[in-house]
Ligand binder design. Structure first.
Ligand SMILES: Nc1ncnc2c1ncn2[C@@H]1O[C@H](COP(=O)(O)OP(=O)(O)OP(=O)(O)O)[C@@H](O)[C@H]1O
Ligand SMILES: [Mg+2]
Length: 342
């Protein structure tokens, strides 16, 4: 066998052990399963093999005498099988059976258990991050609302009451925004809500909204747009992508710098870039920024959901979002969407 050729395996025994090995082998790049056999026609591995288009039979003798086999794996557990294989194996193909097959089977079971545990741990960790993040972000404005409302109960001055009421409205809006961000995960929009959206218009609208998020006093906005860069999607979701990126950019610049927005078409794609002259993102957190609840902003300022939601929307429409950043110089986010037919 030339090294690098796949190992062509025949599995004897299609019970639980044989089926697990089959699943493992078909996932392994260096292994080709060329057949599986079991005397019992109802053995689960035979059915599974047929689904995978792998020859499955009850004829053990025929299977092991086939050309091209480099290894026979015997997991029948049948003590007579070793003798039977020897009789029908004139070319002396290597056999993995008995204790060695059991060892392999144990390893496979162990791997499956670990995979299961990892999956479970991962799920729990995600739910944990999620719920603690939500609790944290909703609790802050909630406590704020509560203490303002308590103060209002015995506050005689109408001007102070009005001030408190205004703060309450702001805090409740913040909670509503957090909840809105979360419902995005649960929403299943119907296909007919999709329309052609002009990215230039979405970026412009995002710039109009930015003053509500931060101070813009010395921020210059420079644009370089191609005409009608259309992408297919729900308008409010495409807008949300632009708003999240533009707001991050202006927040990063902290009231001073240049926001550069551009759109262009390239190979059936629409590309948009949102670039800022802010402090940049340090290389050690660059791969975390799209994770849910990752934020470097002080408590109450950021939920860390912005980029995660942005990426979810972009992927949903077959797009890609990438980032490049240089500390001290600024950050550029690049969006790429399939161009909508015009
Ligand atoms: N343009 C940028 N310049 C510098 N850092 C950025 C930029 N965009 C994102 N980041 C970093 O990525 C982190 C995550 O961004 P993300 O938008 O997901 O959350 P956030 O802005 O902190 O909170 P929010 O949920 O309110 O958007 C930010 O806290 C910040 O550290
Ligand atoms: Mg953000």
């Amino acid at each position: 066998m030339v090294s690098g050729d796949p190992i062509s395996v025949v599995i004897l025994g299609a019970g639980t052990g044989g089926t697990s090995l089959l699943e493992l082998f078909v996932r392994s790049p260096g292994i080709a399963v060329i057949g599986i056999a079991d005397k019992d026609p109802a053995a689960p591995g035979l059915k599974r093999a047929r689904e995978l288009n792998i020859p499955a039979s009850q004829d053990v003798a025929n299977l092991i005498s086939r050309d091209g086999t480099s290894l026979i794996v015997d997991v029948t557990g049948d003590p007579a099988m070793a003798g039977f294989i020897a009789q029908h194996n004139p070319r002396g193909i290597q056999v993995l059976g008995g204790m060695t097959a059991r060892l392999l089977w144990n390893l496979v079971q162990h791997e499956a258990r670990i995979q299961g545990q990892l999956f479970q741990a991962d799920k729990l960790a995600t739910i944990g991050t999620f719920t603690s993040g939500i609790a944290h972000d909703i609790n802050n404005p909630l406590y704020f609302v509560m203490s303002l409302a308590e103060d209002m109960l015995d506050e005689p001055d109408p001007a102070v009451i009005q001030d408190h009421a205004r703060d309450i409205v702001r805090a409740v809006r913040r909670i509503a925004a957090i909840v809105k961000g979360l419902t995005l995960y649960a929403r299943v929009p119907s296909a007919n809500e999709l329309v052609d959206v002009d990215l230039n218009a979405a970026l412009e609208e995002a710039v109009q909204m930015a003053p509500y998020a931060t101070v813009l006093n010395e921020i210059e906005v420079a644009t370089d747009y191609v005409a009608r860069p259309m992408v297919r999607g729900q308008p409010e979701e495409i807008l949300q992508v632009c708003v999240n990126l533009v707001i991050n950019a202006v927040q990063a610049m902290n009231g001073r710098g240049t926001l550069r927005l551009s759109t262009r078409r390239e190979d059936g794609m629409v590309i948009a870039t949102i670039a800022d002259t802010g402090p940049g993102i340090s290389p050690d957190v660059l791969d975390k920024i799209f994770a849910p609840f990752f934020t470097t902003k002080e408590p109450g300022k950021g939920t860390g959901l912005g980029l995660h939601i942005t990426q979810t929307i972009v992927k949903k429409y077959g797009g890609v979002i990438t980032v490049s950043s240089h500390e001290g110089l600024g950050t550029t986010f690049r969006l790429q969407f399939p161009s909508a037919g015009q």
